[in-house]
Ligand binder design. Structure first.
Ligand SMILES: O=C(O)c1ccc(O)c(O)c1
Ligand SMILES: [Mg+2]
Length: 576
């Protein structure tokens, strides 16, 4: 389908926006009026620039507070409209979005609204312009899409249709199934935006928190499917007002918008994800020579060395860590994640179709082929079958209390948090779990957990709103079959490796639950969910950017001990 985006969705000047939008592969744009007003180019020059870039101007918007006004106001509004039709003619745009009247002066009279919109459509027809009437969720009288459609039907003019905007429909909790009663040819335009569920004033929610499809909590695929069932053949057009996108890279946001529409089309086509990972094959850490000691203390052993690269394999149970001494890094850092993939080639192809950078591989001829892509924060993601292990020789894994990698937590730059959520969802097929905001002594930690349907791969995406000088932490959570036993041994043999937990935490924990007093002595944290699932976990001190968490899930616990994260953050800051 034709793909468009409103210029308001990305940062920059109008020309920068058009260039980035074209580079991302869009077919058309909605020109937001303010972008034109502030642009030094004439409408004719904007038209030529767009045409040179291969972009159509699919819509000009918004035209406000027109319908259902007292008779003496109408003439002025029609004159205002006529001036806009002249601008549109110069722009080469033939569709004008009129949003429902928000003025206290508007009259709650559908017949009057229809009659005046009919006049507007007649006037528009003289300029070859069509009008798409949209119900704003906060419109004075018309604020539901079916109400806007009733007014359009009543006005009954070929140059008047409706514009559906997923945000206005879904933010009000309207059922999109009603769309299917609208004839497709009367839906003149479809605007798509997702949003996180927030209990707040709907205008503020719309103007600051919209995001691309797949980044929020609305069912965009369901709504779009309803629209397509009407026979609608116009563009899928993104219209996103978002405070973070307004500050982010124009090119990157435009590309992410395109990714969201490709992913939406895939879900409309009923394409299931080709290669949801079945587990973590490995995590790779850039090492400065300090990690081997820490891993030995945790019960890992070096079980292999790469045939052609300075990379060691350390394992315990099914937990495999690669220590890479090749990269010149100042501090240890998590640099790559290997995922067990049922179809590595298919997974990379799928990622490429979703515009993820596929990384060139340098490998010796005898090395196993491994395909990698870059996650939004630069972490490399490898899709693996089991062949890669052979590069590390015949060493067998050793059993221990640590059984496998439970989850990986990465800290994202603020501007790319939503991009990361969409990446893990669309490219890796993970599903969003809980989203949280947690207090940090010097800021706020926003966090979103994503997991494979069976929980075999879990990722936590964080953004830290903390002082600029702070390194973004990354952590690797390792599943244990008996975390208390591991804690006893570490406490006895390597007490300095454990993050100390304040007594006050245990005073509160013991007030809430009857827990074993040994947890306090060992520094093991505890959480319980509503269904009786339990979580026992502890943290190591930080090595460079990285620390380890040892976790034990009991009784089907699916969370991450989020309530304990502020305690951890405070202790880490104190020691940093
Ligand atoms: O926030 C607004 O005013 C506004 C304007 C035009 C739109 O299409 C819309 O959805 C919202
Ligand atoms: Mg809109």
């Amino acid at each position: 389908m034709r793909k468009s985006i409103a210029t308001v969705s990305v940062s920059g000047t109008l020309t920068e926006k058009l260039e980035a939008i074209a580079a991302a592969g869009f077919d058309g744009v909605e020109i937001f009026e303010n972008d034109l007003l502030a642009c030094p180019l004439s409408p004719e020059e904007v038209r030529a620039r767009a045409a040179d870039l291969g972009l159509g101007i699919d819509l000009y918007q918004p035209f406000r507070d027109f319908e259902a006004v007292p008779a003496d106001v109408l003439a002025g509004s029609l004159r205002r409209a006529e001036r806009k039709f002249q601008v549109m003619r110069r722009l080469g745009a033939d569709l004008l979005l009129v949003c429902s009247n928000v003025s206290p002066a508007a009259i709650g009279d559908d017949e009057l609204a229809a009659e005046q919109l009919r006049l507007l459509a007649e006037r528009a027809a003289e300029y070859g312009v069509r009008i798409a009437y949209e119900a704003l969720a906060w419109g004075r009288h018309v604020n539901e899409y079916l109400h806007a459609w009733r007014v359009v039907r009543m006005a009954d003019h070929p140059n008047l249709g409706t514009c559906l905007d997923s945000f206005h429909i879904l933010s009000r909790g309207s059922d999109p199934i009603g769309i299917e009663a609208i004839p497709g040819e009367k839906i003149f335009f479809l605007q798509l935006a997702d949003a996180p569920l927030l209990a707040m004033d709907v205008l503020q929610w719309s103007r600051h928190y919209r995001c691309f499809p797949g980044q929020g909590n609305f069912d965009l695929a369901g709504l779009t499917a309803s629209v397509l069932r009407t026979g609608y053949a116009g563009p899928l057009s993104l219209e996103v007002f978002n405070d973070v996108f307004r500050q982010a890279s124009t090119e990157r946001t435009a590309l992410d918008g395109m990714r969201s529409l490709i992913a939406l089309e895939q879900s409309l086509d009923g394409l299931s994800h080709p290669a949801v990972p079945a587990g973590f094959a490995f995590a790779e850490l850039a090492d400065t020579g300090t990690l081997g000691g820490l891993l030995t203390a945790l019960g890992f052993a070096r079980t292999g060395v790469h045939a052609s690269k300075p990379v060691e394999l350390w394992s315990q149970g099914e937990a495999r860590l690669l220590l890479n001494a090749r990269d010149q890094v100042a501090d240890p850092a998590l640099v790559a994640i290997g995922l067990d993939s049922p179809d590595p080639g298919g997974a990379v192809k799928h990622a490429g179709a979703l515009l993820s950078p596929v990384l060139p591989r340098e490998r010796a001829p005898e090395d196993a082929p491994l395909d990698a892509i870059a996650a939004p924060d630069g972490t490399e993601i490898f899709f693996c079958d089991t062949a890669w292990l052979a590069d590390f020789g015949p060493g067998a894994a050793i059993p221990g209390r640590i059984t496998h990698i439970d989850h990986v937590a990465l800290t994202q730059p603020l501007h790319y948090f939503d991009e990361a959520a969409l990446f893990y969802r669309s490219v890796l097929g993970l599903r969003p779990q809980e989203s949280l905001e947690l207090p940090d002594p010097y800021g706020l930690l926003r966090s979103k957990a994503m997991s494979a349907p069976d929980g075999a791969v879990r990722m936590v995406v964080n953004i830290a709103h903390v002082g600029a000088g702070q390194q973004p932490w990354q952590h690797l959570a390792l599943a244990c079959d008996d975390v208390v036993a591991v804690a006893r041994r570490l406490r006895a043999e390597h007490p300095d490796l454990l993050l100390p937990i304040p007594d006050n935490y245990y005073d509160d924990l013991e007030a809430r639950y009857e827990v074993d007093p040994e947890l306090r002595r060992l520094g093991v944290l505890y959480d319980r969910d509503g269904a009786g699932g339990e979580f026992l976990h502890l943290y190591t001190v930080t090595a460079g950017r990285v620390f380890f968490e040892l976790v034990q899930r009991l009784g089907g616990y699916q969370g991450y001990g989020a309530g304990n994260a502020p305690i951890r953050l405070a202790v880490q800051h104190a020691g940093a």
